[in-house]
Design a protein around this ligand. Sequence first.
Ligand code: PHE
Length: 496
Amino acid sequence: MAQGLGVPTFKGGPFAGQPQGLSTLFFAELWERFSFYGMRALLTLFVVTPIASGGLGLTTVDAARVYGNYTMAVYMLSIPGGFIADRYLGSRQAVMIGGSIIALGHFTLAVPTQTAFFIGLALVALGTGLFKPNISAMVGGLYGAGDERRDAGFSIFYMGINIGGLLAPIVTGYLAQSPAFQEILRGWGLDPAMSWHWGFAAAGVGMTIGLIVFARQMGRLGDVGIKPVVAAGAWLPTAMVLAGTGAVLFLTVLSDDPRFQWLRAAFLLVPIAGVVWFAMRGDLEGKHLAAAFVLFIANMIFWAVFEQAGITIALFGLDLTRNEVFGWPFPSAWYQVLNPLFVILLAPLFAFAWVRLGTRQPTSPVKFVLGLFFLGLSFLLMVPAAMLTAEGRVSPLWLVGLFFLQTVGELFLSPVGLSTMTKLAPPRMVGLVMGVWFLGMAWGNKLAGILGSGFTASDPDALAVFFLQQSVMVGIATVALIALVPWLKQLMRGVR
Ligand code: PHE
C-alpha cells in the first residue's frame, strides 16, 4: 500500500511500511545499547570483586559513587551532545564520532589497569552523550509532520534498544563471570582473572558492529541528520551550554565531598523553584512549564530507584540470590536480561491498550502516577526477600518479580515523558526543555548511586529497611502526584 505512495518499503518483516532509514537506525542503536548494557551489567560487579579475582577490590560505597557519577555523566553530556549536533555536526556525524569514542572507551576498559578503567568510563560517557540523543532525533526526522507511522516507528526503535539490552548481558556475563570461560582462558595459557576485560572488550566489539552498520547504510537516511548550516556568531550559546553543563557536572560530583553535600538540595530546590516561578507567571506558557517541572521531579525519583538495577540489584543478585535454574548455575549479570525481556513482551500489550482505549486512555500525569506506583511495589516486594536472606540465598524469582513490576512502571512512564515535554515546551524552547529533562534523568541517576550506597549484603534487617524506606519514599511521591493531578490537568490545558 505504502509503495503506491512512493514510499520505499521492505518486503514484509518488522519494517514493512516504514521508511528504509529506520532499519539503519534500529541496528546501529541495537548494537550501541548492546555495548552500553553489556558493560553496565559488569560495572558494579567488577568494581567490588577482590583484586585477586581480577576486580578493583573497592567497597560498595565506592562502587555506588562510580556508578552514580558515570550514569549521571552519560545523561548530562547528552545536553551538549544534542546541542552540538544541532548547530555544527549534524546528527549523522555526531553518531559516527560518538560511536567511535564509545568503542574506544570499551576497548580501553579491556586494558587491566585502574587508570584505564576510569579513562574508559569517561570515554563511554562522552561518546554516549553524542550518540544517544542524536540517533533518537534522527528517528523523529524520518517522518513528516502528520505522518501516522511515527509512533509505530518509535516503538520498533524501542524494540531494537531492548534486543541489544537483552543479548548483551548474556554474552558479557558469560565471558566475565562464568567458570566455563575462565577454564577456556586457562586452557589458552591466559590468566582467568582477566575474564572481566574480555567482557568489556565484547562490549567494544558490539559498538564496532554498530558503527559499521551505520556507516554502510547511511545512504538509506536520505538527508536526515546531515550537517546544518551554521549561523554566524553561533558560538556564544554553544559556549554557554558547554560551560553550564561542565559547571553542573562538576558541582554534582563535588557533592560527594561531605563538606559539599548540601549542594544536593539543588536536585529538589531547582525544580520546585521552576514550578513556583512559572506557575506565578499565570500565562498558558508559564502553566505548561510549571507542569513540566512537576513531572521533572516525578521523573527524577523514578530513575533514582529504577536505575539501581545496575548497583543495588546487581549486588543482590551477586551475593544474595541462588543463581541457578533447574540445577544449572548462571552468571549473576544475567539478571539484567529481565528488564529488556519484559519490555519486549509487554510493550506490544501497552501499545495495543493505548490504541484500543483511544481518547479514553489515562492522561500523561496519571500515567506518571501509575509508573511510580509499580516502581514502589517493586521495592516493597524486596522487603520480604531481604528478610529471607537471613536463611541464605533466596530464589531468583524475587528478582524476576522485581523486574516485572519495574518494567510495567517503565512502560507507563518512560515513553510518555519525552513526548509530553515536546508538547509542553513552547516551540522556540523545545531544545532547552529537553535539556532540562535530561538534567532530571542525570540527577535521578546520581541519586541512584547515592541511594545504592546504602546496600548491605550482611545485615538482612538493615537491607529490608533499606528497601522499605525507598518504597515508602516512592509511595509518598505517588500520593503527592495523585493529589496534584487535578492541578496538573488545569496547568496542562490543551495538552493531553
Ligand atoms: N532502556 C532505555 C534505553 O536505554 C532506558 C532509557 C529510557 C534511556 C529513557 C533514556 C531515556 O534507551
